[in-house]
Write a protein that binds this ligand. Structure first.
Ligand code: FAD
Length: 388
């Protein structure tokens, strides 16, 4: 018998760390089990929309996160051949700041905000046993832990998802992303010779390149691409090294600013983009999933981590509403109040249409999870997922 009501979060990625922080702030007893021995600052940026910044406000981390990132006023979409502006969306004015930031810096802020005694590294979950009383977790280091409920925030290859629905590898989307940073003298030269947008997506035929600053000082610029590609054998890794040659080939014929960004970039990596169809269930018994474990997507709308963080926030609200004893109702309420919005973002992100043409992004950025009603199970969720 467990002595106190305990929650286990599997995975301390962007979604798991946010979920655990929100639950700890709400007073729950939460342990986090992460397979990695430590986290490193991998060269990649991330957008944090106002919908997510409002959740960092709830975590008590809004000020620190805002201070870390660049604050673009607009998302600009440009024609990859001639730099014509296809669309320009205002990013400020949605009740919180829109930032672009190094994801390692954001992640560090997140996991350092957790109770250090409750964050356990080097714990790769291997086996789960549920019974009427609790869940027993077994890790690859031979240790075990017990919890009343388990939140799978363990990413696209989630062990918890496999337990809910059976083992099934994610589907390769047919696309890769290249990622690289531009820093130091290379960035100074690029800035001197080119008019860099704070936040831009270049669209060229069947491919694109998104670029933005990742620090408040604007001393680091980042690009991430979406390029059709045959399947890649990454030998179990998330990414492989890429090269300037590969990038020049992929963006042959594109605008000189794109060529200059490629030239100036360092340590280019290539990431296969995998996805899954929307899942039929999000929980079973004492287990529930959030984030990429639940609705992985191509990253073209820059909201994948956002949806993981929104999941954690809604799940916390539902557990607060029902109490931990009635976790079954909380899990159902969570799915009922999240599925439609997460699936909509997943669908639009996978289709890669967001802001290619002028459109109102308020349904994404204007969303305030904390002023949303928690719809009871017998009432349908409103269609837009936006406050009425
Ligand atoms: C190229 C690219 C660009 C992106 N850009 C953006 C962006 O700009 N904005 C945005 O919002 N999203 C973006 N995303 C998406 C975003 O990275 C993911 O949606 C987000 O990381 C999902 O968070 P998560 O916590 O669910 O999963 P992850 O971040 O994948 O975290 C899962 C964690 O679980 C751990 N884990 C896995 N298995 C186990 C196990 N068995 N036991 C213990 N621990 C385990 C892992 O080590 C990891 O730490 C991008 C993704 C890619 C690939």
């Amino acid at each position: 018998m467990v002595q106190a009501k305990k929650i286990a979060v599997i995975g301390a990625g962007l979604g798991g760390a946010a979920t655990a922080r929100l639950l700890q702030c709400a007073g729950f007893d939460v342990d986090v089990y992460e397979q990695a021995n430590e986290f490193s600052r991998i060269g990649a940026g991330i957008h944090v929309g106002p919908n997510i910044m409002k959740i960092f406000r709830e975590m008590g981390l809004e000020k620190e996160l805002t201070a870390l990132g660049a604050k673009p006023n607009q998302w600009i979409s440009r024609d990859g051949a001639n730099a014509d502006i296809l669309a320009a969306a205002d990013l400020q004015g949605y009740g919180a700041t829109y930032i672009t930031v190094h994801r390692g810096d954001m992640h560090t802020l997140q996991f350092e905000s957790l109770d250090p005694k409750k964050l356990h590294y080097g714990k790769r979950l291997e086996h789960v046993e549920q019974n009427a009383e609790h869940v027993i977790l077994s890790f690859s280091d031979g240790t075990t832990a017990t919890a009343d409920i388990v939140i799978g925030a363990d990413g696209i290859n989630s062990k918890i998802r496999d337990i809910l629905l059976g083992e099934e590898a994610p589907t390769y989307s047919g696309w890769v992303a290249h990622r690289a940073l531009i820093k130091g003298e290379n960035l100074k030269k690029l800035q001197a010779e080119h008019d860099l947008d704070d936040c831009v997506k270049w669209w060229h035929e069947d491919r694109h390149m998104m670029a933005y600053y990742t620090t408040s000082e604007k001393d680091e610029y980042y690009y991430v691409t979406g390029v059709p590609h045959p399947p890649l054998d990454t030998q179990g890794q998330s990414f492989l090294p890429s090269s300037h040659e590969e990038m020049f080939k992929a963006f042959e014929g594109c605008h000189p600013r794109i060529q200059a960004m490629i030239e100036a970039s360092e340590d280019i990596t290539i990431w296969p983009l995998n996805s899954r169809n929307p899942l039929p269930i999000w929980s079973s018994g004492r287990l529930v999933i959030v984030g990429d474990a639940c609705h992985p997507m191509k990253p073209h709308m820059a909201q994948g981590a956002g949806m993981a963080i929104e999941d954690g926030a809604m799940l916390t609200r539902c557990l607060l509403k029902t109490g931990l004893d009635d976790y079954k109702t909380a899990f159902k309420l969570y799915e009922h109040n999240r599925k439609e919005r997460a699936t909509r973002v997943q669908t639009v992100s996978n289709a890669n249409t967001f802001l290619k043409q002028p459109e109102d992004p308020a349904w994404v950025y204007g969303y305030d999870l904390y002023s949303e009603e928690i719809y009871p199970l017998n009432e349908p969720k409103n269609i837009e997922g936006v406050n009425a």
